[in-house]
Design a protein around this ligand. Structure first.
Ligand SMILES: [Zn+2]
Length: 296
């Protein structure tokens, strides 16, 4: 709680990290392989990514636990390993922060991604089951040393509410950051508008909220503008992909250069974003360029 307050009370932008998934792909993660499992199978490679982001200037870093809820793990026959992979994910990041002597200057954000299921009544997953699944993940992340919980890449506000409620079952006061993906003509894939998300999230006890992933910095810029207009006092988060995803030979590539993302970061700050990082395709070089210009 206090470490979050200290960070957010400093003037200026707070630097978040960049992508984990695309970095692990470069480190040898195969298509279909579960990135979260690398916390136990290739902890050194996960830790190296964190290390590069800390060195680039990131102050809030996400654990490699995006698919660490029991619903995603169950699809790989790993539902019984929620505790293990999430504790390991938080510990790896915590250990790297300590190794670089950045205690208090870099935060462990326990990453919670979507269940991959549709919530009832659209789908079959009950709200209470989702809450219970998220609570289990949050408990393990906190046990492993998370300073905050970061709920990300969400499309459905009900699922965000389930993640917030689950996190609150695990801890009454850990700060929660929540970001949605507005990749469908300015809305999330379930139709949520940025201003609606802002109004809902500002009333549900999250410390900061905003957008992540999607179609690059221009899309996130308009999300931040709308959220800022809707709730001017909110602490807003922008974590965009490195440009529009392009599909080349079966792979997804992101072409925005570090300098492009650095220019976008200044625009995002001017539009009201406070915590700024990157999502898919952003690398430590992107974050270093963004941090350099945001801190200039
Ligand atoms: Zn992304």
């Amino acid at each position: 709680m206090k470490i979050w307050q200290n960070l957010i009370n400093q003037p200026g932008a707070v630097i978040a990290d960049g992508a984990m998934g695309t970095m692990l792909q470069q480190a040898g993660l195969k298509p279909g392989e579960l990135p979260t499992l690398w916390n136990v199978e290739h902890a050194d490679r996960v830790r190296a990514v964190h290390g590069a982001y800390i060195a680039a200037g990131a102050q809030v870093l996400l654990t490699n636990t995006f698919s660490g809820n029991r619903f995603c793990l169950a699809k790989h026959g790993l539902a019984s390993r929620v505790e293990e992979v999430n504790i390991a994910g938080a510990q790896i990041l915590r250990a790297e922060i300590e190794a670089q002597n950045k205690q208090g200057a870099a935060l462990v954000a326990g990453d919670i991604g979507p269940t991959g299921e549709l919530l009832s009544p659209l789908g079959r997953l009950l709200f209470t089951e989702a809450v219970d699944g998220f609570a289990g993940q949050a408990r393990a992340l906190i046990k492993g040393g998370a300073d905050v919980i970061w709920v990300e890449t969400m499309a459905d506000l009900e699922e965000v509410r389930a993640a917030v409620e689950g996190t609150r079952q695990a801890s009454a006061d850990i700060p929660i950051i929540a970001t949605l993906t507005f990749d469908t003509r300015g809305r999330t894939i379930t139709g949520v508008k940025p201003e609606t998300a802002a109004a809902t999230l500002s009333g549900c006890g999250v410390a900061a909220f905003g957008g992540n992933c999607g179609n690059g910095p221009n899309e996130i810029l308009s999300v931040i503008q709308k959220m800022h207009a809707a709730v001017p006092e909110a602490i807003l988060v922008a974590k965009s992909n490195a440009g529009l995803p392009e599909f080349v030979n079966g792979a997804t590539v992101y072409r925005a250069a570090p300098e492009t993302m650095a220019r976008a970061a200044l625009q995002l700050r001017a539009a009201g974003a406070r915590i700024i990082g990157g999502c898919c395709g952003t690398t430590p070089a992107h974050i270093a360029a963004m941090a350099r210009d945001l801190k200039a």
